[in-house]
Write a protein that binds this ligand. Structure first.
Ligand SMILES: [Zn+2]
Ligand SMILES: [Zn+2]
Length: 87
């Protein structure tokens, strides 16, 4: 039964990728520990190219690392977490 459990495909609660318990390592899950926000960068130094429909103050980026693409790969890696895990 243990073997079956190890091979079971699990969906990660954080990144929504599927994984198996046996392939889950501390670098398996890439994610952003903070939210994608819409405001000025804290340091005010970064350049953000506004789209034609953006208000002049708009800047959208991850609060953790400043990545401006919502699809940007995570800046932090850790183990995947399953929906069965307690936080
Ligand atoms: Zn990040
Ligand atoms: Zn994950």
């Amino acid at each position: 039964m243990e073997e079956e459990k190890r091979r079971r495909t699990i969906v990660c609660k954080r990144c929504k990728q599927t994984y198996t318990a046996s392939s889950n390592t501390k670098t398996s899950c890439r994610f952003h520990p903070s939210f994608f926000v819409c405001r000025r960068h804290d340091d005010q130094k970064r350049y953000y190219e506004l789209g034609p429909d953006d208000p002049p103050y708009a800047a959208k980026f991850y609060d953790c690392c400043g990545a401006e693409d919502v699809q940007a790969p995570g800046c932090t890696t850790s183990f995947h977490i399953s929906y069965d895990d307690n936080e």
